[in-house]
Ligand binder design. Structure first.
Ligand code: G1P
Ligand code: ZN
Length: 539
């Protein structure tokens, strides 16, 4: 029943910041998924005895792609697959299931926070035995395979019924279908003080969690409403839909508008949160109050003592270079290790595996810890609830007290989307060439202390990665420029701005960053080169 099918290569199967991500219309082309998967299997080599975890965020094509992957895994000699019921599994739950079962890797079918549907995006994230996504050295090999692929193997059978929990067999491969929520809930119960959070809700505390019609709905209902006792209706948009009900499942001030409007209304709950399509991103809100992801990482790190799993001490902390420096001050105050890595969660994996860090985060609404090797949306929400339960303080009080203690990093990200790829590449190239000459210059009242490419030397595997350009100023302000690695068409230029203040704690971030924004535009020539005078998305 095993068929070998001939195929011809696609030239666009290079993975980006987080796996392969393309327009759905691209992925549905004949043999597109097959070519990519066979290339992965070819690079792994001997699949005898190997176990992989498979699931997805339920978006359009999840159901079709997962059947292909199952049949190809069987045909290529994989011994066992662990699959989420109905093909569903969040990214953090998948990482946990890989680690818990000592699996050899896993595939999460998701384009994360990108919109779904036939006019949206689809993607495949590939993790190895660490529970984290593969390093670039491996994804480069897979890309080479995709360019030379001539045939793939597939088991020629009926589709597998993914609704029934339990074991079945396909072409000599064992398939185990599991409830993806159970193990995840157990892990969360072992990290956080559930009784304290339960008491918080018993005392009338209110929350709203927006699952954005994506994968975290069932996890959130089980944890927040059923176990912790948040009142029914606290979790909204909890039904995972193939097109996310038309929502753009990216939890930020722009796309989680429904939640933001509610949390800024007079009816607001005490606490608000949202997750993205595959459940690894999070947004934290208080009553009429927004916590930037960079501040959230700093506050989480500063408050580790309230969390049962971390109260005996933590290793260091890491952030992506583009993330604000607020966590750096916390790391120094607690005298723990501090690391700055390129954008992408995979760069945290070695630091976690070698016990250099416990917490890590990115400005792009990603926070997590060494409990798994992916960022974890619900974990971050529970962390905040646990701090609130332990301190009795509101989100706003916790955050403002943090600023009083450490000062505040005003921080905003500007995205210039749909830029011609050549224009974007040239812009970055000439900017990089120009940066060294800026050192020592004063622009718009700000003196440049350092300017150049961000280069990360991994202390564990000694690989070196260049990612983005940074201009640092004497007062601690920074400008970071990067090209996005997760888009599915054209280029997105991301410009990250930061300004530190010890005394002025309650100002408007955009106002505080006006001059730095002007410098960022003038130096990079973004308006002249792209025709864009304003960013498309500001978060
Ligand atoms: C974006 C974020 C990055 C995150 C990634 C996957 O990548 O900026 O922090 O790790 O999505 O969620 P980018 O498009 O910037 O390459
Ligand atoms: Zn995601």
């Amino acid at each position: 029943m095993i068929k070998t099918v001939s195929t011809t290569p696609y030239t666009d199967q290079k993975m980006g910041t987080a796996g392969l991500r393309r327009k759905s219309k691209v992925v549905v082309q004949p043999n597109y998924v097959e070519n990519f998967m066979q290339s992965i299997f070819n690079v792994i080599g001997d699949l005898q005895g190997k176990t992989f975890v498979v699931g997805g965020d339920g978006r359009y094509y999840n159901d079709v792609a997962i059947q292909k992957i199952i049949k190809m895994a069987a045909a290529n000699g994989v011994s066992r697959l662990i699959i989420g019921q109905n093909g569903f599994m969040s990214t953090p739950a998948g990482s946990n299931i890989i680690l818990k079962n000592k699996a050899d890797g896993g595939f999460i079918l998701s384009a994360s926070h990108n919109p779904g549907g036939i006019n949206g995006d689809f993607g495949i994230k590939y993790s190895n035995h660490t529970g984290g996504q593969i390093p670039s050295s491996i994804s480069d090999q897979i890309y080479q395979q995709t360019l030379n692929i001539k045939e793939y193997k597939i088991c020629d059978t009926e589709d597998i019924d993914l609704s029934k929990i339990g074991k079945q067999e396909l072409c000599g491969m064992e398939i185990e279908i599991i409830d993806p929520v159970v193990d995840y809930v157990e892990m969360m119960e072992n990290i956080f003080d559930f009784p304290a959070i339960k008491k918080l809700f018993q005392n009338g505390f209110t929350m709203r969690f927006d699952a954005m019609n994506a994968v975290t709905g069932p996890y959130a209902i089980r944890i927040f409403e059923e176990i912790l006792g948040a009142k029914k209706g606290s979790v909204v948009n909890y039904n995972p839909l193939p097109d996310f009900g038309g929502l753009h499942p990216d939890p930020n001030m722009v796309y989680a508008k429904e939640l933001v409007d509610y949390m800024y209304s007079d009816q607001a709950a005490d606490f608000g949160a949202a997750n993205d399509g595959d459940g690894d991103r999070n947004m934290i809100l208080g009553k009429k109050f927004f916590v930037t992801p960079s501040d959230s990482l700093a506050i989480i790190t500063d408050n580790f003592c309230y969390i049962p799993a971390y109260k005996n001490g933590i290793y260091g902390v890491a952030k992506s270079a583009a993330t604000s420096t607020s966590v750096e001050r916390v790391a120094h105050a607690h005298n723990i290790g501090y690391y700055e890595v390129p954008t992408g969660w995979k760069y945290f994996v070695n630091l976690m595996d070698s016990k250099r860090i416990t917490f890590c985060g990115e400005e792009s609404f990603g926070t997590g810890s060494a409990h798994i090797r992916e960022k974890d949306g619900i974990w971050a929400v529970l962390f905040w609830l646990n701090i609130i339960a332990a301190t009795g303080k509101s989100v706003e009080e916790i955050t403002t007290e943090h600023w009083q203690k450490y000062g505040r990093s005003y921080y905003v990200r500007f995205d210039f989307e749909g830029v011609d790829t050549n224009v974007a590449d040239k812009l970055m190239e000439s900017l990089e060439a120009k940066l060294p000459s800026l050192k020592g210059q004063t622009i718009n009242g700000y003196q440049v202390s350092e300017a150049g490419a961000f280069v990360y030397n991994d202390p564990v595997d000694h690989s070196s990665t260049k990612n983005g350009l940074i201009i640092r100023f004497n007062d601690g302000s920074r400008i970071v420029y990067r090209l996005s690695g997760t888009g599915s068409s054209g280029a997105t230029i991301r410009v990250y701005l930061e300004r530190y203040s010890k005394a002025d704690l309650h100002n408007d971030p955009l106002k505080m960053l006006t001059e730095i924004f002007e410098i960022a535009m003038a130096v990079s020539e973004i308006p002249e080169r792209t025709g864009k005078h304003q960013a498309d998305v500001v978060t």
